[in-house]
Write a protein that binds this ligand. Structure first.
Ligand SMILES: Cc1ncc(COP(=O)(O)O)c(C=O)c1O
Length: 472
């Protein structure tokens, strides 16, 4: 019998240690987050030396390194993880990462990784079906930022067919919500219209786009013969978690003949929930949608859907050299559709979670995350020493403590957040809204309970009292 190759022995041990790591995380046995300067961590582990070990470091030290890696990581499986918009991935999704890493089939062409393309097609078709596009097209890319760019490239090719060769016409405009993700403004820079051409459509006090204002802005642009690249709408906004009114926005865009791109990176996943689907009512009126499975669908990062209503739109983004097509179906040449040449087998991450759990379980998880945001809102509103600026629509909530009615500075709000992180007790983010900084939770973990949220509230309250008193 062949001796067991060392990497499989290592893999056996690492799977056992991964299980222990997940258990510790779920049981809240470690700090949920530990912030250490990356260079200090690099030095303390001796990473530069390990990299330069001429004979390699061998099994024991690799195992130790992976153990150290688990230990230093932010525990997304810990129910006290309430910060960033990444999924709490099911381990089955990580097995998708493993299967890709081992096969390493880059599949810029179908023949290089037929299985990866087949899985991608299945996931994309499922996403298109959820939107209600029976004849759409799409692909998967490495993240929402590239997804936004991919969609707006197709919008540019549609609005300005000569842009590839001649650049964009002077004065081209991109209409966006003022609360859109920063990757959208970056797209304007990358696409060559320039960030000055990004027009924030007037919004209501919640930062949600006002359809009549969009209508007026598009009418004015058309009357002035100003070139329009596209309109972007949020589903939902990163900082606030609020949705733009997609049906009204979609009807206006169709009336003006303007491409509508819906940034559904975070919130398009409500499409699987009977309860919350109404938040994206009208999404099918869009020309393009992006949808991250690595945010609300339990998939490990990255797996972002780039989805188009039109069957050929996925081929519009790039000018293709006709030679590539000789004798080969376009469907068999993924690189014709994507910015990237080599890609990971992105589909497996989402496919395995969906197939393993079934849609109903994922919808139940999503409903729980949304219910948690409402529970926390009520808890904080019932207390006199908290301020909640917005009724949540998704699993994102902003709030501010007001210890003894005191208005804290933005720096004090940040200090509260830091103190929780330093204690490793809860991990929250912060966001600016209406000119002030707010604590922000994104309730990504279905294992987070009402008791956790009560504990978090108590901790924020006690830190606010201390930090507020110190600042008096
Ligand atoms: C609305 C929205 N769009 C785009 C992105 C970017 O996605 P990614 O981090 O996958 O690049 C985010 C990330 O939080 C987002 O919330």
């Amino acid at each position: 019998m062949e001796p067991t190759p060392p990497w499989t022995a290592l893999a056996d041990r690492l799977f056992a240690s991964a299980e222990a790591f997940l258990h510790r995380s779920r049981q809240e046995q470690d700090p949920v987050v530990q912030v250490r300067p990356p260079r200090a961590l690099m030095e303390s582990w001796g990473l530069p030396e390990l990299l330069r070990e001429p004979e390699g470091i061998g099994l024991e030290r690799v195992e130790q390194l992976v153990e150290d890696y688990w230990q230093a990581s932010t525990r997304v499986h810990d129910p006290r993880f309430v910060s960033h918009q990444v999924a709490v991935p099911h381990p089955i999704s990580a097995l998708g990462d493993f299967a890709h890493g081992l096969t390493n089939n880059g599949h810029a062409t179908y023949e290089m990784g037929p299985q990866a393309v087949a899985v991608e097609f299945a996931v994309v078709d499922w996403m298109l079906e959820k939107i209600g596009w029976s004849n759409g097209s799409g692909l998967l890319v490495h993240g929402g930022s590239i997804a936004n760019l991919s969609c707006l490239l197709a919008a540019r090719a549609t609005a300005f067919p000569d842009a590839w060769e001649q650049g964009v016409p002077a004065g081209a405009q991109l209409f966006v919500p003022s609360t859109c993700h920063y990757s959208v403004a970056r797209c304007a820079g990358i696409l060559g219209i320039g960030t000055d051409a990004v027009v924030a459509v007037p919004a209501d006090a919640r930062g949600v786009m006002i359809p009549s204002e969009l209508d007026a802005a598009l009418a004015a642009a058309r009357a002035a013969d100003a070139p329009i690249l596209a309109v972007v709408a949020n589903a939902c906004a990163t900082a606030t978690g609020l949705y733009d009114p997609l049906r009204a926005v979609g009807e206006i865009c169709q009336r003006h003949g303007v491409w509508l791109h819906v940034d559904g990176c975070h919130g398009a996943s409500v499409l699987i929930s009977e309860k919350w689907r109404h938040l994206v009512d009208g999404i099918e009126l869009a020309d393009s949608v992006c949808w991250d499975a690595h945010k609300m669908l339990g998939a490990s990062a990255l797996c972002a859907g780039v989805l188009f209503r039109a069957p050929d739109a996925v081929y519009r983004s790039f000018r293709q050299d006709g030679n590539y097509l000789a004798g080969t179906e376009a469907e068999e040449l993924p690189f014709l559709r994507s910015i990237e040449c080599t890609r990971s087998g992105l589909g497996l991450r989402a496919f395995l979670v969906l197939a393993w759990h079934g849609e109903a379980r994922l919808a139940a998880d999503l409903d729980r995350m949304h219910a948690n945001a409402r529970f926390l809102e009520q808890l904080l509103r019932a207390a006199e020493d908290f301020e909640v600026p917005l009724a949540p629509e998704s699993n994102i909530l902003l709030f501010r403590p007001r210890p003894r009615g005191q208005e804290l500075s933005d720096a004090q709000i940040e200090a509260i957040r830091r103190s929780l992180m330093d204690a490793g007790s809860f991990y929250l983010t912060a966001a600016n809204f209406a000119g002030r900084k707010w604590l922000r939770v994104t309730l990504m973990n279905p294992a987070t309970t009402e008791q956790h949220l009560q504990r978090m509230t108590e901790e924020v309250r006690s830190q606010a009292l201390e930090i507020g008193a110190a600042g008096d």
